[in-house]
Write a new protein. Structure first.
Length: 114
């Protein structure tokens, strides 16, 4: 089953949810703020994605900006970045869709599911 992590007030997440429903793509929904990903989950998803932990940060989010993370991430190890991501779901870029063999960060590549 595909895992769809989203935030209920996010318009992009709403569009992504509708896309999945319209195209009959099964998913289990999880609110990223209420139930943020654990460091173990993030580690597995980052490995599956082939991307760096930095790509999983919500760089347009208020929390990211208020913490001044743009300037801090370069000096942090991957493990430290993963721990930080797991500390608050609002730091994680959304929506996240986890399939058996791919991680979709954001909504722009969902057409690949078809």
């Amino acid at each position: 089953m595909n895992l769809f992590l989203c935030y209920s007030k996010c318009s992009t997440c709403k569009k992504a949810r509708e896309f999945l429903k319209e195209h009959h793509i099964p998913f289990q929904e999880r609110d990223i703020k209420e139930n943020p990903p654990s460091s173990n989950e993030l580690e597995a998803w980052i490995k599956l994605s082939g991307k760096s932990p930095r790509k999983f940060f919500n760089t347009s989010g208020l929390l990211y900006k208020s913490m001044n993370l743009k300037d801090k991430l370069d000096s942090m190890s991957n493990e430290e970045q993963i721990e930080l991501l797991s500390s608050d779901g609002m730091l994680v870029k959304r929506p996240l869709l986890i399939t058996d063999d791919k991680v979709y960060i954001g909504f722009k590549h969902y057409e690949d599911l078809l």
